[in-house]
Design a protein around this ligand. Sequence first.
Ligand SMILES: [Mn+2]
Length: 255
Amino acid sequence: MIGTLRADPAWAAIDLLSDVHLHAAMPRTFEVWRRHLLTTPADAVLMLGDLFEVWVGDDARFGGFERDCADVLREASSRRALAFLPGNRDFLVGDALLAECGVRRLQEPTLLDAFGQRLLLTHGDALCLADTDYQQFRRLVRSDAWQHRFLALPLAERQAQARAMRDASAAHQAGLASEQWSDVDDAAAAAWLVDAGTDVMVHGHTHRPAVHQLADGRRRYVLGDWDLDGSHPRARMLRLTAAGLAELDLASGRA
Ligand SMILES: [Mn+2]
């Protein structure tokens, strides 16, 4: 089931970003994200998953770092349209957070119709088919039964379990060469594009920003992750206007 988002006729620019991985231990990343949401010249900001490093339930929004993030979303949504499509880290973002903060939820995937262009937006993890362990895990944690059980746990217990999952995932990735990291399956991406009736996909998740040319003139744009706290500062995103997609990197001041 493909969602749709039709740009408001008054809009002139739409920002597309993903994989900000907001986390209390990354204050510079938070600050650049905050400033961008509040000051971008774009009329809309579409956040395509893994906005948060982890989200264990909307009850976390009442305190600490999560509250700071919610405050930014609420203020930014009073200035421009915001939308969120869930990633593998933050698929538990619920309607309570989004409604309170004025953020529209996007279906996975969503067909964006803007400025005479049609782009299929997805986080990207559902297309990493070679990682069959992950796909099995994804089916489990996206099930209503699992989510119902998990969200019934005390907040501290959910946070502890999420930390353990992050550590296990980092340990798994550390044991692989970068070319072994899972990537989007081009044939599956092309099939999604055929279904959606368009030629251009934008996704994140893999942290490997690029433009891939697929067969029959189709293209797959990959968003980058954000990290302004580490040794390789980066905050890449795409801006869609009537002229097409343009790359920006907030870390280099070219935005
Ligand atoms: Mn991801």
